[in-house]
Design a protein around this ligand. Structure first.
Ligand code: DP6
Length: 360
């Protein structure tokens, strides 16, 4: 599919008002998206586990205006209260997607949103929040044109969510989503995420992600700025090529359930992401001393216990610990005994691989 396939022709129905609610999950990347071209086109393909518990619930009430306005008309509430400082981000999002949802200026929208994870936990909420909003808006498009197939709905929603935040395009479906053109993945696209089409071994079913909240503070450098620093970065070309290779390797790892190689790829990807930050100009460091202490503890425990936990990192200091369901008791005990001390206020989140967004 190409961009112009997402520009709708005339709508067949007229809808005056309505309300829709979606719950959309966050996701955790195994091969990282870091670096982008114009229009939110990723510099390399990425792949993620869709999560289950970390999610945003958004409802959108819409009412047709007497005539189209020159500005977007919407109110925004977060956890029940008005949220003026989020409005510019939504405004930018609406501007980027207006071409594909031409009804946006015909309605007044009331957007109510809340997250399942603690407020300002340092957990990226842009993936779940932008995908939840894109889903609500696409639901209205489906009301206006009932011909839309599920496949088209998912692709266009992912395509729209990408404009809000790149990683959001991987949050519509589950349980493994790939985004970005990749030579051996049939159907892969830079424009939207697709459900991973390859074979997946049973060991990845119910895979766990325990998120250790090491630092709940505001990031000093936003992802958007970080992506930008990949332009002219000394190692960018090698990095982008490496992501392609890691994805190809993951195809075999998923099929065979080869956890040793899974661990190697996932941890290498996390460290490379942060190595890119440390070697950009300007350079910056988002991990904290506690992040490194946790990583060392994980390595020691893995060696002695022969279990298969591994870590990954987002653009921040928090640590995601990934492990197979069968090892959950032993690994949770280790986390409680040895890692919770490094968490801010002892906080951590138990999550697992999930099946994508749901209409409520
Ligand atoms: C490190 O999707 O937050 O989490 O497209 O600018 O909104 P924008 O960036 P964002 O970047 C996420 C980067 C990452 C890796 C990943 O999720 O693949």
């Amino acid at each position: 599919m190409i961009e112009k396939d997402f520009v709708p022709s005339e709508y067949t129905k007229e809808i005056k008002e309505g309300k829709v609610t979606y719950r959309s999950p966050s996701n955790i990347a195994l091969v990282k998206y870091w670096g982008k071209k114009e229009n939110q086109i990723p510099a390399n393909p990425s792949i993620s586990f869709t999560l289950s518990h970390c999610a945003t619930t958004t409802s959108v009430s819409y009412k047709k205006l007497k005539g189209p306005t020159s500005e977007f008309s919407f109110d925004l509430f977060f956890d029940g209260g008005p949220k003026e400082d989020f409005k510019p981000k939504i405004e930018t999002f609406f501007n980027r997607i207006e071409k594909y949802l031409p009804f946006l200026k015909d309605y007044h929208f009331i957007i109510n949103t809340s997250n399942s994870f603690p407020h300002s936990s340092g957990i990226a909420s842009s993936a779940s929040s932008m995908s939840a909003l894109a889903l609500c808006l696409m639901d209205l498009e489906r009301e206006l044109n009932s011909e839309i197939s599920i496949d088209f709905f998912n692709k266009k929603t992912s395509f729209l969510a990408r404009s809000g935040s790149g990683s959001a395009c991987r949050s519509i479906e589950g349980s493994i989503v790939q985004w970005g053109s990749h030579e051996t993945t049939i159907g892969s696209s830079d424009l939207y995420g697709i459900k991973y089409p390859g074979k997946v071994h049973g060991v990845f079913e119910n895979y766990r992600d325990t998120v250790l909240l090491v630092d709940k503070g505001q990031k000093q450098v936003s992802s958007t700025v970080g992506h930008d620093l990949m332009h002219g970065h000394a190692f960018s070309e090698q990095r982008f090529a490496q992501a392609h290779k890691n994805l190809t390797r993951l195809n075999a790892v998923f099929a065979e359930g080869d956890l040793s190689s899974f661990i190697e790829i996932v941890e290498s990807e996390a460290l490379t992401l942060h190595a890119m930050m440390m070697t950009s100009l300007p350079y910056f460091i988002l991990i904290k001393p506690k992040t490194l202490q946790i990583i060392n503890k994980i390595w020691n425990f893995r060696e002695t216990s022969k279990t298969h936990l591994c870590f990954t990192l987002d653009a921040g200091a928090n640590v995601h610990i990934l492990y197979p369901e069968v090892e959950k008791e032993e690994i949770m005990q280790f986390i409680k005994n040895e890692l919770v001390v490094y968490c801010e206020n002892g906080q951590y989140i138990c999550d697992k691989i999930g099946f994508g967004a749901k209409k409520l």
